[in-house]
Design a protein around this ligand. Structure first.
Ligand code: SAM
Length: 186
């Protein structure tokens, strides 16, 4: 049986996804784009940020982007993001990779959190289509008595159920970021 490695596949996202990411980029940001593909988003990020590192392991995908179109503040690194060192001056990371496994998400998050100045991770890896901005210096303890959505550092998301009579629309809309959850503690 052929099992496709979706995480390794290049597939660009839609303009709405890119706009959500671009709206988060500030002029002082030093950005690391993990799994940058053919650089179509990374080049747009470079127009907004101080510096951008594009990390892509597939040379054939990178070759789709003409070197002559790379701006001066774009540094392209062809390497495996799971094992290569991340640049020390990164302040914001992008991970548009909705087939990223929980294990790899957790590893990326942990390694980004270890960089002294890296504050944010913009990603669709946990919610799969929706883009979220994770504050890497935050995250609370999982509370089994709090009814509602949580998103964990391990890459899992979940809903803690409770008495349906107490659930409000606001509780359904809110997600809390946690550093442990029933799935990674199991
Ligand atoms: C779904 S594509 C998204 C490309 C780009 N972020 C975009 O939105 O246009 C994911 C990319 O991540 C790359 N990738 C997956 N795992 C990687 C790894 N461990 N290191 C570097 N690149 C990786 C794949 O080669 C692919 O090009």
């Amino acid at each position: 049986m052929l099992i496709h490695d979706w995480e390794a596949a290049f597939a660009p996202y839609d303009e709405e996804t890119y706009q959500t990411v671009l709206a988060q980029i500030a002029p002082h940001d030093v950005v690391l784009d993990i799994g940058a593909g053919d650089l179509r988003l990374t080049k747009r990020v470079a127009a907004l940020a101080r510096r951008v590192y594009a990390l892509e392991r597939d040379p054939a995908v990178l070759a789709r982007s003409e070197r002559g179109t790379w701006p001066a503040n774009l540094i392209v690194i062809c390497a495996d993001a799971l094992t290569t060192s991340f640049p020390a001056d990164v302040t914001t990371a992008i991970l548009l990779m909705r087939h990223c496994t929980h294990e790899h998400f957790a590893l990326y998050r942990q390694r980004l959190g270890a960089l002294p100045g890296c504050r944010r991770l913009i990603t669709n890896a946990r919610w799969k289509m929706d883009v979220e901005v994770i504050a890497l210096r935050s995250g609370g303890v999982y509370d089994p008595d709090r009814v509602g959505w949580y998103a964990c550092r391990c890459g899992s998301i979940g809903f803690t159920s409770g008495d349906p009579g107490i659930i409000t629309p606001q509780m359904l809309a809110e997600v809390i970021d946690v550093v442990s959850c029933p799935k990674c503690e199991a």
